[in-house]
Design a binder for this molecule. Sequence first.
Ligand code: HEM
Length: 402
Amino acid sequence: MPRLDNSLPLALDGYAWLPERRRRAGGPFATRLAGLPATGIAGPDAVRFFYDEEHVLRHGAIPEPVQGTLFGHGAVHTLDGDAHRHRKAMFLSLLGPDGVAALAEETAAAWDRAAAGWARREIVLFDEASRVLAEAVCRWAGVDGTLPAADLVALVDGFATLGPRHWRARRARGRLERRLAGLIGEVRDGTAVAPAGSAVAVIAAHRDLNGAPLPPRTAAVEVLNVIRPTVAVCWFVAYTAHAMHLWPHTRRRLRAGDPAYVEAFVHETRRFYPFAPFVGGRAARDLTWRGTRIPAGSMVLLDLYGQNHDRMLWEEPYQFRPERFLTLPPGRDDLVPQGGGNPATGHRCPGEGVTVGLLGTLAPRLAALDWTLPPQDLTISLRRIPARPRSGVVLAVPAVDR
Ligand code: HEM
């Protein structure tokens, strides 16, 4: 049975870092990260421990290089308590079932338009999907014109390195924030119009708990916190093709179009493939977790990738088996590719509905498209964060009416 390329020494940097040290310690383990003592934990009970604000807070927990690329300064990710819940409610109001349905419709239309141009070509699926998603989400969010997909991808690609990818991400963030802060200003003074209820309109009008509108740059950061992760769904689109290639029966079943199977396939893609490695916060006070002392102010790391591959939770975790989600929907604190707990009260990703909805829209379309894989390097190195198939998944698409 083919597996992810996990043959490198597990103790090296990357997705294996936290799970391997936890395994060696036989439970939680203490280390140091970015100069602070840190404790790594995982499991459904650990999720509930971690997402309790009496235990773990986010203020001062996110290193500047991650804020300067992935999230932006002043983002919802860095807030705690009432300020967090108030800002979070704004995201959740945008990302409910109606929002997801409208965005999925835009995405299907953008995919169909793009796919019409793929016949008799070799395409890089990762890049094509990023452009499709950028076009759809910008239109849906009320941005005038499409933001460059390459810049949006760069924000995600560059957060976990200090090499060239990182500096590309910082430059991309500067450009994107300037453009969106300008748009927010124009919407506020009436020189531009954003459709009522769109992300730009809602974020431009949002007032924080003190009653003040968000500074334009912070509003731009939060518009990007909707647009950037939606475009990042291209990582999972590339992974779905990888899975369909390695396990061709999944492609046949996706083509049959049973919605329950499609959803199970999407959940298994989110569980199996590497994306967010872990999330971190700072201990609100002196804590103890399963006998390990966690000093106030130290880092607590919740091992998302490790939990999604934990043998205690998943039978044969390194096998790609959508069927595991056919009988039972995923438990709230078991499947954690986008965090755990309650999204309204904690930091769990508010975009899980979007992720599942967009992949549920695109995976059957991809399965139905006639393509083969020319020779290429499909390796997914678990040392690169975020991981991705090295080739970006090149598809050879024949003439349409073959
Ligand atoms: C937070 C993963 C898609 C918006 C998060 C977190 C993770 C995550 C791990 C942090 C949870 C925590 O800190 O405890 C992902 C992955 C995605 C994805 C792997 C797939 C591409 C989305 C989408 C949206 C979105 C589509 C919006 C349309 C957000 C926001 C937060 C967040 C605003 C901050 C929540 C908070 O701090 O309260 N996501 N996400 N994400 N995500 Fe996602």
